[in-house]
Ligand binder design. Structure first.
Ligand code: GAL
Length: 405
């Protein structure tokens, strides 16, 4: 009779059990890329991915820092094969995932896929429950760089445990992958997510509106400001390698140009991952200008990784602040109203304080040079009042650079 040699088995498994962890150093600044869901839902194929990769290069997205191209739900066939392996839908992806990943990698970009902790994905494709190690191995063979992992059909699963299993499976497969936790903020993932992955969704699905809630029976989709308000108080959990994810962006998906600027700027202020959700193949100058604004992106990608906070309201204008490296700050003035608004901001009367990170803008002690990050004009220094007019649902976003005294 064959007897299991327990000590030998333990020695074999030790590297896996003993050192399971997430891959560190992968998302020291918020991940930037594109995801198929917001625009295409399950209507995706390999041609789309190739065209998106080409658009990244040709329309300036790659230069601006966008790297990951992520296929969301709908890439699989409805059944696993006879060995239990996931199969890319043969009609949508006839060339298979490895060839597609190669195409993306050849352009200096990275490739991501989606699956789910449950038995089935939200759109009814095979989920990873019970197949975690096998699926991670397959992704590693395909040279996947990013896995978004959803939370549908997870009856009786413990969220932290389920994400830990997939984290360990990725680690065992040996290929570094950004692990994107998507359980909609239901089990406070900000409290345990940094151990398991690199980013975690903080809410249910985003939708392309300023402040609406669209009900779907048991769940809702949320407008930009609904999501921000829901989670403005989880600042302490975000930082290099572990991010609050305010969801894939809706910039370019039908809001006004001003609202798109506010949305983009706020994702930068919140240090949220910048994952585009529009059809980036469309050469729409205004959208490209917003999404590739390097000054705003620099605020998002700042090395401190501090999430911004609401500083105050002045009439219809909401003021947000975010400490940056080298004593700099981003300060954003958002017109929440439906008519244009004037601001006359006297810096000397406002000490902006981030007690959590021990940082201040103290105009009595320090002076700052002010630049407008969307219009690229100089606004003088904090010695003078900032006078500006802001269009409805639009923004004045500034960077304060400390002038060394
Ligand atoms: C939702 C998720 C969306 C998208 C969708 C796919 O649960 O929040 O971002 O991934 O599933 O079915």
């Amino acid at each position: 009779m064959n007897r299991i040699n327990l000590p030998f088995l333990l020695v074999l498994l030790l590297p896996v059990i003993g050192s399971a962890q997430k891959f560190d150093g992968l998302a020291l600044t918020p991940p930037m890329g594109w995801n198929s869901w917001n625009t295409f839902a399950t209507d995706i194929d390999e041609q789309l991915v190739r065209e998106v990769a080409d658009a990244f290069v040709e329309l300036g997205y790659k230069d601006a820092g966008y790297t990951y191209i992520v296929l969301d739900d709908g890439w699989m066939a409805k059944e696993r094969d006879e060995n239990g392996n996931l199969v890319p839908d043969p009609d949508k992806f006839p060339g298979g995932m490895k060839a597609l990943a190669d195409y993306v990698h050849e352009r200096g970009l990275k490739f991501g896929l989606y699956n789910c902790a449950g038995n089935k994905t939200c759109a009814g494709y095979p989920g990873s429950r019970g197949h975690e190690y096998q699926d991670a191995q397959l992704y590693a063979e395909w040279e996947v760089d990013y896995l978004k992992y959803d939370w549908c059909n997870t009856e009786n699963l413990d969220a932290k445990g389920a994400y830990q299993t997939m984290r360990d499976a990725i680690y065992a497969a040996g290929r570094p992958m950004v692990f994107s936790i998507c359980e909609w903020g239901q089990h406070d993932p900000w409290k345990w997510g940094s151990e398991m992955g690199h980013l975690w969704r903080t809410s249910g699905d985003i939708i392309n509106c300023w402040d609406c809630e669209i009900g779907h029976g048991s769940w809702s989709s949320w407008g930009i400001w609904k999501i921000i308000r829901m989670r403005e108080d989880i600042r302490q959990y975000t930082g290099p390698g572990h991010w609050n994810d305010f969801d894939m962006m809706e910039v370019g998906n039908g809001m006004t140009a001003g609202e798109d600027r506010v949305h983009f700027a706020m994702w930068a202020m919140l240090a949220s991952p910048l994952i585009m959700g529009n059809d980036v193949r469309i050469n729409d100058k205004e959208t490209i200008k917003t999404l590739t604004n390097k000054d705003v992106i620099a605020v998002n990608q700042d090395s401190l990784g501090i999430m911004g906070f609401k500083f105050s309201d002045e009439g219809n204008i909401e003021i947000w602040a975010k400490p940056l490296a080298d004593g700099d700050w981003a300060v954003a003035f958002i017109n929440m109203g439906r008519t244009s608004a004037k601001i006359e901001f006297d810096w000397s009367k406002h000490k902006i304080e981030d007690a959590m990170h021990n940082r201040w803008v103290d105009p009595d002690k320090d002076q700052y040079k002010i630049t407008d990050l969307f219009n690229h004009v100089d606004f003088g220094t904090t010695e003078n009042n900032l006078n500006a007019s802001i269009a409805p649902h639009d923004i004045l976003m500034t960077r304060l650079e400390q002038i060394k005294k």
